[in-house]
Design a protein around this ligand. Structure first.
Ligand SMILES: Cc1cc2nc3c(=O)[nH]c(=O)nc-3n(C[C@H](O)[C@H](O)[C@H](O)COP(=O)(O)OP(=O)(O)OC[C@H]3O[C@@H](n4cnc5c(N)ncnc54)[C@H](O)[C@@H]3O)c2cc1C
Length: 472
């Protein structure tokens, strides 16, 4: 970057709005797993939409590349500047712009953390249902840019379903004023949708109007022991029918995941006396007037009679429910403590999960005999964290060296089931090279056309999400 450009950018944000101090910039350059290490000599910290607009106008004029970063919790390297791009942090875009309690909406700037939005809603007896293990650090702008999922998609949808309006700054500095609180608006293309899940490649999101929901009075949580993934899929349908569609979470775990958690996570214990090959953590929520607990328990009793469930524990207090959730939420951490693992974030149609597992697990074990399959996740959404831990006595480095080969094998099976190689984490830098193998060239050409229209100089997050056209 030529000095004059750097000076103009610094001037656009004022003394508090930038840093060139390597020790201040360092934490922004490494993602939480330590998988990616970036490089940037200039960190910009705009505090207003006008400042973001000024930055992008200068970058567009001068062809200067920019990487936008929210909470730096992304899992595919999208937020990391690899080629000394200017790093634009949204952390100072942190204002609550308004809350409409009756209309059940909240308008916040992009750098507000997810946990803060949840708290703001809870203070008014409302619910913002997006829930991720990274919620203390990730930002609403990042959640929208990645179209984040999490544990309550089954009931409330992905982040996309929670966004009513957006304010976005385009690559040339133009502000798109789409910050409306409308549930219905067919007055032309729904442009905001293009930016949801665009991973910082089409514009910088500066504010969002989000949907809130009534806070449920009743929450029933149960852990059910099930004989197979097939039984789990049938249980999902049965419990949705029994509760009138009130399930808010339906999470699958294999026995090995429970073993890892009880071995590595302090204070966790297996609530059953006998082992089961699979478990489902279920949650239903609703209002106090409907007898949700009774219909939930009736559904479970029927499922036991029908052989879908061999045993079940229904939480009798909030503390018990929390300890059941802890078993599920600790799987990633326990897996890490158990040793090296190769991970995939895939989705297939819900009903195809048993067949997918039956095909993909043996395919991987042929490549890595002795590897330990740990497939868990959001069964209700058809989304599995399809992971493998190294064999107990294996050399971790040797095991991890097989990552690319294993990943391709898994993703090829995903393709056979018309699934997705990224259910919720995105493409970023990690999967951009593989996308052409799994997405049609017609879809990729349409994505490239959009990119050219919104960012003709390719200054926004270059090299991420959009694979270059291969020239033979
Ligand atoms: C422990 C843990 C658990 C997780 N669990 C889940 C989960 O259950 N489900 C799930 O979907 N994800 C999960 N994630 C991934 C991550 O938390 C989400 O992708 C989150 O939405 C990223 O938000 P962020 O603010 O940290 O974004 P960052 O990591 O800073 O950025 C992510 C991407 O969004 C872009 N971006 C960020 N802010 C903006 C903006 N304002 N405008 C335009 N582009 C922007 C960046 O350029 C980058 O491409 C998890 C991560 C961790 C560490």
């Amino acid at each position: 970057m030529i000095l004059a450009v750097e000076d103009r950018l610094k001037e656009a944000v004022g003394a508090k709005g930038f840093s060139t101090d390597p020790s201040e910039i360092a934490p922004y350059l490494e993602e939480w797993r330590g998988k990616y290490q970036g490089h940037s000599a200039l960190l910009l910290k705009p505090a207003s939409t006008a400042e973001v607009s000024a930055i992008l106008r200068i970058c567009h004029d001068t062809g200067t590349a920019v990487v936008t970063q929210g909470g730096n919790t992304g899992l595919v390297g999208g937020q990391i500047p690899f080629q000394n791009e200017v790093l634009l942090s949204t952390k100072r875009l942190n204002k609550l712009r308004g809350l409409d309690q009756g209309g059940m909406t909240v308008t916040v700037e992009a750098g507000v953390t997810l946990a803060e939005v949840q708290r703001t809603a809870a203070d008014k007896q409302l619910l913002f249902p997006l829930s991720l293990a990274s919620e203390g650090s990730c930002t609403i702008g990042g959640n929208i840019a990645t179209n984040a999922g999490g544990t309550h998609v089954l009931r409330y949808g992905m982040t996309r379903a929670l966004v009513l309006g957006l304010e976005v700054v385009l690559a040339d500095g133009t502000v798109l004023p789409m910050l409306r609180a409308l549930h219905k608006d067919n007055s032309g293309y729904d442009l905001k949708q293009l930016f949801i899940g665009s991973e910082g490649t089409l514009g910088v999101i500066t504010a969002a109007c989000l949907r809130l929901f009534p806070r449920p009075d009743v929450c029933v949580t149960a852990l059910a022991a099930v004989p197979s993934p097939d039984a789990a899929v049938k249980l999902l349908g049965a419990m949705q029918a029994h509760t009138g569609g009130m399930l808010s979470a339906f999470e699958l775990m294999p026995r090995i995941a429970l073993d890892f958690v009880t071995k590595h996570i302090e204070g966790s214990r297996d609530p059953f006396s006998a082992a089961s090959p699979w478990y489902v953590l279920m949650e239903a929520t609703g209002g106090a007037h409907a007898d949700l607990t009774a219909s939930f328990e009736d559904g479970l009793a029927d499922a036991i009679t029908d052989g879908m469930v061999s045993d079940a524990v229904v939480a009798s207090s909030a503390a018990q429910a929390a300890s059941l959730w802890k078993l599920r939420e600790s799987v990633s951490e326990a897996q890490k403590r158990e040793g090296a693992s190769i991970k995939h974030d895939i989705s297939v149609p819900v009903a195809a999960i048993p067949d997918f597992l039956a095909k993909a697990v043996p395919a991987v074990l042929t490549l890595m005999p002795g590897a330990r399959p740990v497939s868990f996740g959001h069964l209700g959404d058809g989304n599995l964290h399809f992971n493998f831990n190294s064999p107990a006595a294996a050399d971790d480095a040797e095991f991890l060296a097989q990552w690319d080969e294993v990943q391709q094998t898994v993703h090829d099976v995903v393709k056979e089931f018309s699934g997705s190689i990224s259910a919720e984490h995105g493409i970023g830098a990690m999967k951009v090279g593989q996308l052409p193998r799994y997405k049609s060239h017609e879809e990729l050409d349409a994505m490239r056309a959009l990119k050219r229209a919104f960012d003709p100089k390719n200054i926004l997050n270059p090299g991420k999400l959009i694979p270059p056209v291969l020239r033979l």
